[in-house]
Design a protein around this ligand. Structure first.
Ligand SMILES: N[C@@H](CCC[C@H](N)C(=O)O)C(=O)O
Length: 257
């Protein structure tokens, strides 16, 4: 069967996008997900997203990492909103469902502004930090992210016994100014560094912003710029967390599945 796919990228985090409102794509076929994401034998991407109809929301986003595992994807969700807009199923504002629950998003000035789920707490990990922004993230501050061995160190922390069996994504964060950081991320499920990770930069912004008493943090990644705004609560939790940045369609095509 021939299926039309679309390729999207959000600050270099790239996704195969499928319009699955007619449910032609079998979401149980993880072998197919892995093949489509494969950069040699398939289309090539960090993950695959299917947009589905849902009775209570504008749409449901179903996200898979390139290895077929599932979690929340911030950049993917921004791309899914841009895709839903391209399909004409939403206006400038939307309310949709992802694996971690409901999200609002706004299309404004070429960006997609995504309301992330509330975050309960930041855990101290002997000078590093851990928090869940829809996906699990380890945060380590480094002086020079540019030359840091992100793959080697990231892989070691991702598979550390302390995070087993689920594992974690790992972010290396270099402070640039009181309200600005550079972030490089090793992603679980891609098992490599990606050019940007939305839930990762959100985690980095919450940790850095709460240390510097900033509620808005500019983010630089290898794939481009994002920003994160949030509200810090007295009990250590965070709410009204907005991840803001570009999301664009790169190309579309047809593939036999
Ligand atoms: N790239 C994503 C994160 C995707 C999920 C992650 N790899 C995991 O399995 O936890 C993002 O933009 O948030």
């Amino acid at each position: 069967m021939e299926v039309t796919f679309y390729k999207y990228q959000g600050t270099g985090n790239d996704f195969v996008m499928i319009d699955n409102r007619d449910e032609v794509f079998d979401l149980g076929n993880l072998e197919l997900v892995r093949r489509l994401c494969d950069r040699k034998f398939g289309i090539g991407s960090d993950g695959l997203i299917a947009i589905q109809n849902h009775p209570d929301y504008d749409f449901e986003m179903v996200y898979f990492n390139a290895d077929g595992s599932q979690s929340m994807c911030g950049n993917g969700a921004r791309c899914a909103v841009a895709f839903a807009s391209f399909l004409g199923t939403i206006g400038a504002k939307t309310y949709f469902l992802a694996i971690d629950g409901p999200h609002e998003a706004v299309l404004a000035g070429g960006n997609v502004e995504l309301l992330m789920g509330d975050v309960k707490e930041i855990e101290d990990k002997s000078g590093d930090f851990f928090l869940n922004t829809g996906s699990p993230h380890h945060i380590r501050f480094v002086e020079q992210a540019e030359n840091y061995p992100v793959f080697e160190e990231g892989k070691a922390i991702r598979f550390d016994a302390g995070y087993a069996p689920a594992g974690t994504n790992v972010n290396f964060v270099q402070p640039l100014a009181e309200d600005e950081v550079f972030v490089r991320t090793y992603e679980r499920g891609v098992e490599n560094e990606t050019l940007s990770c939305g839930t990762g930069v959100t985690a980095a912004a919450l940790v850095y912003g709460s240390q510097r008493l900033q509620n808005s943090v500019k983010i630089n990644t290898l794939g481009g710029k994002l920003s994160v705004k949030f509200h810090s609560n007295p009990d250590g939790s965070f709410s009204k967390i907005w991840l803001i940045g570009p999301a664009e369609q790169v190309f579309s095509g047809k593939i036999n599945i």
